[in-house]
Write a protein that binds this ligand. Structure first.
Ligand code: AQP
Length: 334
């Protein structure tokens, strides 16, 4: 039976990239009646420094972001990773399955550690093994994510395959990444070659789900573009990363294909297209942002949702961890 899992780090403000690449699509599986498990991956967040109060706040705000994006905590399981110890327990097993060589090929580690890899935390290096544990401790079959997570999902498959082979079992499923839609990789508004990211030092590079209408409009107006008007056709976007990014964003926000957007917008100068995009972004994001604000007024309720979700998550994760221990030969109480 299919089961969906995905996670987001409470490492700052949610961006338009997180929304279009992940959150907006999460409600799909829930609404199709597929069991769906969504996690605030707070243990992933501390692979780089987080102020404790900011982490607590971001975890609650992210939970509000999920709910405001259409995740129903009754239908789906919504929880934070640190309340379900089976994730880290499974991660240890996978630390012993994954090979150093596999981990060293991970481009996200290279990007995030930068030139100073010796100063990066061991957790940042091991991040993908914990991510594999997040997924496989539920035997999840499908993982909706943005394009940047593709390599980590391939590693998750490699870990499942090696575990199954090493122990001669057919235990872990080979997970399918679900990377679809017009905005699987939303780029920075300041640099069409970099992905939009919550940790980019420039706030002008991203749209935050908490930005107000004026800020959204200003960021889109100032978004970097080339001087030409939009091309007439989709093909004309090929060597124009900034133009392509804005068209992709428009398409994803409006639930259209890129071709459909180009039929309406092709040939328009940015002075016309940008205000239309800003208007659309405000129309789609403002209700989410105000719902998040409303939910954040009752932090106690958010904490209850997370505690309840964590309990439900454990009822799935615990037996799978126990079976894993049994397969690998750990003596357990009868
Ligand atoms: N720019 C993006 N376009 C499309 N999808 C994106 N995602 C992130 N950025 C984009 C997707 O959002 C989900 C959660 O991401 P995450 O917070 O767990 O980690 P991340 O990929 O590291 O996100 P950020 O915003 O770049 O955070 P920082 O700056 O803290 O590292 C994932 O499904 C991801 O693909």
């Amino acid at each position: 039976t299919p089961r969906v899992f995905s996670g987001i780090q409470p490492s700052g403000n949610l961006t338009l990239g997180n929304y279009l690449g992940a959150l907006k699509r999460f409600a799909n599986s829930q609404n199709e009646g597929i069991e769906s498990i969504f996690c605030m991956v707070d243990l992933h967040a501390i692979t780089v420094w987080q102020e404790p109060d900011a982490l607590r706040h971001a975890t609650r705000q992210l939970t509000a972001g999920f709910i405001a994006s259409g995740i129903d905590p009754q239908k789906s399981i919504l929880f934070n990773q640190s309340q379900v110890p089976e994730h880290t327990q499974m991660a240890w097993v996978f630390n012993c399955v994954a090979r150093m060589g596999w981990m060293k090929r991970m481009t996200q580690f290279k990007d995030k550690a930068g030139k100073n890899a010796e100063q990066a935390s061991l957790g940042l290096f091991g991040y993908p093994a914990l991510m594999a544990a997040d997924i496989l401790v539920y035997h999840a079959t499908h993982v909706p994510v943005g394009e940047d997570q593709k390599q980590h999902l391939e590693l998750t498959r490699d870990i499942a395959i090696k575990f199954n082979n090493d122990y001669g079992v057919d235990f872990f499923p080979i997970t399918e990444p679900v990377i679809e839609g017009a905005a699987t990789r939303v780029m920075s508004l300041r640099d069409g070659s970099k992905k939009m990211s919550k940790s980019d030092p420039s706030d002008m590079s991203r749209i935050n789900l908490t930005d107000d209408a004026d800020t959204i409009a200003k960021k889109i107006r100032k978004a970097k573009t080339d001087p030409e008007p939009l091309p007439e056709t989709t093909e004309g976007l090929e060597d124009r990363p900034e133009a392509r990014n804005l068209v992709n964003i428009f398409a994803a926000l409006n639930d259209q294909s890129v071709d459909q957007v180009m039929q309406d917008m092709g040939g328009k100068p940015f002075s016309e297209f940008k205000p239309l995009l800003a208007e659309l972004a405000v129309e789609k994001l403002a209700p989410i942002s105000s719902e998040m604000g409303r939910l954040m007024q009752d932090v106690g309720e958010i904490d209850r949702i997370l505690a309840n979700g964590s309990e439900r998550a454990r009822t799935i994760a615990h037996p799978i961890l126990r079976q894993t221990y049994d397969i690998i030969g750990m003596v357990q109480p009868a």
